[in-house]
Ligand binder design. Structure first.
Ligand code: GLU
Length: 400
């Protein structure tokens, strides 16, 4: 009898071009090590350590008890879409109606579906760099090309209109902004945002504004939302937001997008085939958080501000490490290039060294397009931060 020849069918070119998310990879490795009994301080993934607001938990529990466990419209429950439209109208004078709001399985899936709705082969998307790990992957997966606009540590990684506009070409379909920025904490000032949005509208370019970290601003910085410009430029602005960070609801997977009907309708069609609706009872919890979670948010943000100062001070004391305190989000992004040595050359080797030698998980800057840096999340307790940064200082001090 002849033996069956076993070969492996090939993956698609698109799949071959994508790897595991670096942030989730670090989270996975840290959890695996912790589960095997190793004492790990996880400063890797950006996941608030607070419990979700009690009002959200109670509303989700009630939704389950009430049997709200069936399919909902693919774009989400009308109550949450109306509440989000109301919030953006109230806070920013945005023109979006409930039908212009799509609830998604986290902000991440809204961004992915937007890329699929908007981009073709040969298209370009302009985005400031360093950038969040998943942005270029979404863009490439949709067949388009990310065009990076460098921001620099010297001015806190600010996004400058001039640099963004200079990168626009006839192939540009979208500008992808993320302010405050994961991983740098850099922000875009209102004036720069206005210039970018106006230049985009003139050229029929869509501005996708990922405002996931809108509530995390430090040192008196002001938040400039693209939503405030949507009444002036209704066809070319999309805002993406998330419940994950603001309300410490990462595992619930509820995010959203608001934007013009010509685009959002297509994004909703894609979602109707990709995920159907986001989880029904999670949306009821999110609605409660939006309506009654403000006090929880205020307390969390105040705690993040203290942690940011603690982390900045600890990094400042480490020889060879340079880090400006971030203006927003909840990450420190120190430059460690002066600490690179044979065996810990480059951010990936440095992150492995810190994991193995110091048992501290950080994300290599390479994943964000900046190999001189590593990302430290301060979405964890002060005790963990003190312990983790102490271990990191000792490991960096070791000759090697
Ligand atoms: N956004 C968070 C981070 O950057 C969670 C993981 C992810 O989605 O990338 O750590």
């Amino acid at each position: 009898m002849t033996k069956a020849v076993r070969s492996i069918p090939r993956l698609s070119r698109r799949a071959l071009g994508i790897g595991e998310s670096a942030t989730l990879e670090v989270a996975r490795k840290a959890k695996e090590l912790a589960a095997s009994g190793v004492s790990i301080v996880d400063l890797g993934v950006g996941e608030p350590d607070f419990p979700s607001p009690a009002c959200a938990v109670e509303a989700a529990r009630q939704a389950l008890a009430d049997g709200l466990t069936r399919y909902t419209p693919a774009a989400g429950i009308p109550e949450l879409r109306a509440a989000l439209a109301g919030r953006y109208a109230r806070d920013f004078g945005a023109p979006w109606r409930p039908s212009d709001v799509m609830v998604a399985v986290g902000g991440k899936s809204a961004l992915f579906e937007l890329a699929l709705a908007l981009l073709d082969e040969g298209d370009e998307v302009v985005l400031p760099s360093p950038y969040w790990v998943s942005f270029p992957e979404h863009i490439r997966f949709a067949g388009a090309r990310p065009v990076m606009v460098p921001t620099s540590a010297g001015d806190g990684f600010r996004i400058h209109a001039e640099a963004v506009i200079a990168a626009l070409t006839p192939a540009t379909r979208a500008i992808l902004l993320n302010s405050p920025c994961n991983p740098t904490g850099g922000i875009v000032a209102g004036e720069d945002l206005r210039e970018i949005v106006a230049a985009a509208a003139e050229r029929d370019i869509v501005v996708i504004s990922d405002e996931t970290y809108e509530r995390f601003l430090f040192g008196g910085q002001q938040f400039a939302s693209a939503a405030a410009l949507a009444a002036l430029y209704p066809e070319t602005i999309v805002v993406v937001g998330s419940f994950s960070k603001t309300y410490a609801m990462t595992g619930w997977r509820i995010g959203y997008a608001l934007g013009p009907p010509w685009l959002l309708r297509s994004v909703m069609d894609i979602q109707s085939h990709a995920t159907s609706n986001p989880t029904s009872f999670a949306m009821w919890g999110a609605l409660a958080a939006l309506e009654r979670g403000e006090e929880d948010v205020r307390q969390m943000v105040a705690e993040f501000a203290s942690r940011r100062d603690l982390v900045a001070a600890a990094l400042d004391e480490m020889p060879g490490v340079s880090c400006r305190p971030p203006d927003g989000a909840f990450y420190a992004f120190p430059n460690l290039a002066a600490c690179y040595r044979p065996g810990r050359q480059g951010s990936a080797a440095m992150a492995s060294y810190l994991l193995e030698e110091a048992r501290v998980a950080v994300v290599p800057g390479l994943a964000f397009g900046a190999d001189d840096y590593v990302r430290i999340s301060f979405a964890t307790s002060r005790e963990a931060l003190r312990e983790g940064l102490g271990r990191m200082a000792a490991a960096l001090d070791r000759r090697g």
